[in-house]
Write a protein that binds this ligand. Structure first.
Ligand SMILES: Nc1ncnc2c1ncn2[C@@H]1O[C@H](COP(=O)(O)OP(=O)(O)OP(=O)(O)O)[C@@H](O)[C@H]1O
Length: 337
């Protein structure tokens, strides 16, 4: 649905060049809820704004559907943008217009008939559960309600893609969950492809089937959300997704192992099996289990006082049991890096 190839964007500010996007390529398939996460300044907004050419890249390609966005004239771009809706952290509503008129706005620009506008806006109000607020003004709405209006307005032209730029960052956790649930419904029921820009891991965990992690304009990792959380292959990704970083682990003797469990292994009595099979003592240092899109992801830090050859056998046993294992040679040094 969206192909980004070797995209580059540099800004110049007072003789200083900032590489906001540095050779980024990614492939977003139809029906994906695709997360792009990174710290502040990673280049997320620049990247999403290049998708609809609100920002012109210096080089590289953005292909939406079959259209190469960089080759379009201004008029063609205006037409294509109707198929790409966008919602924002600050909602960007017209404060002097009612909820109804905010949603009707893109339809009026398209010179849609009054009857059609009424019908379409009523449908959208129902979809975002705001029928009773049709005549209210944005200043009388909560943040969550404002974002619902933003979503309805973004859907007015029946887009195929919805770009969400930090759409829940101004909302409290409960409202965030409600907005994310609405986006999930829209993705499922309308078949919309959604791109979610966020700095919050919880947003990715909640709704994204795929994720790309950006750092200083470059992709540091990319893949299926569950895989990335359950078995991060890159050190930098681990720093991003692991929540055991702050647990002090003494490694005076023995080995500290970080274990990762998911679907196939989360329900097995692995620790008691290690104790029985290898005759070793196991000390559980830290553990957590969370559900990402209904899939259990378990993490455990264990300490095991055994010879290196026994540790090798334990690792091989764990890997055969579909448990991801990482040896923390010196916990303190690993964590400080
Ligand atoms: N119009 C601009 N002029 C100059 N520099 C810019 C401009 N827009 C962005 N930048 C710089 O480009 C880099 C990437 O910015 P961008 O806003 O894309 O990152 P981000 O990941 O969305 O950050 P945030 O989460 O803080 O919004 C930053 O260093 C930023 O200062």
């Amino acid at each position: 649905m969206i192909k980004i190839k070797n995209l580059k964007k540099t800004y110049k500010k007072e003789n200083i060049y900032v590489k906001a996007i540095d050779d980024v390529s990614l492939d977003i398939e139809r029906g994906d809820i695709y997360g792009i996460i990174g710290l502040s300044g990673a280049g997320k907004s620049s990247l999403v704004r290049c998708i609809n050419m609100l920002e012109r890249p210096d080089s590289g390609e953005v292909i939406v559907g079959k259209v190469n966005m960089g080759n379009l004239s201004k008029k063609e771009l205006r037409d294509v943008r109707k198929k790409i809706g966008m919602i924002f952290q600050g909602f960007n509503l017209l404060n002097s217009k009612t909820v109804f008129e905010n949603i009707a706005f893109p339809l009026r620009i398209m010179k849609v008939s009054e009857d059609e506008i009424k019908e379409k806006v009523s449908k959208l109000l129902k979809l975002v559960d705001l029928t009773d607020k049709a005549h209210a003004y944005p200043s009388n709405l909560s943040g969550g309600q404002k974002q619902r209006v933003g979503i309805a307005r973004a859907l007015a032209n029946d887009p195929e893609v919805l770009l969400c730029d930090e759409a829940t960052s101004a909302l409290d956790p409960k409202t965030t969950k409600q907005i994310l649930a609405l986006l999930k419904d829209i993705n499922k029921n309308l078949g919309l492809t959604i791109v979610v820009i966020t700095h919050e891991m919880d947003v990715i965990k909640e709704i994204c089937n795929k994720v790309t992690i950006l750092e200083s304009g470059k992709i540091i990792d990319s893949g299926n959300t569950i895989d990335l959380f359950s078995s991060p292959s890159q050190e930098k990704t681990r720093h991003f997704v692991d929540d055991d970083k702050y647990y002090p682990v003494s490694s005076d003797s023995g080995y500290t192992l970080r274990l990762g469990f998911t679907k196939g292994s989360a329900g097995q009595p692995i620790i008691s099996q290690i104790i029985k099979k290898f005759g070793v003592d196991v000390n559980i240092v830290w553990g957590s289990i969370e559900y990402i899109q209904e899939i259990p992801i378990g993490k455990l830090l264990i300490k095991c006082d055994a010879q290196a050859n026994i540790i090798d056998e334990i690792i091989s046993f764990l890997e055969k049991s579909n448990v991801r294992v990482e040896v923390i040679e010196n916990a303190r040094n690993t964590r400080a890096s």
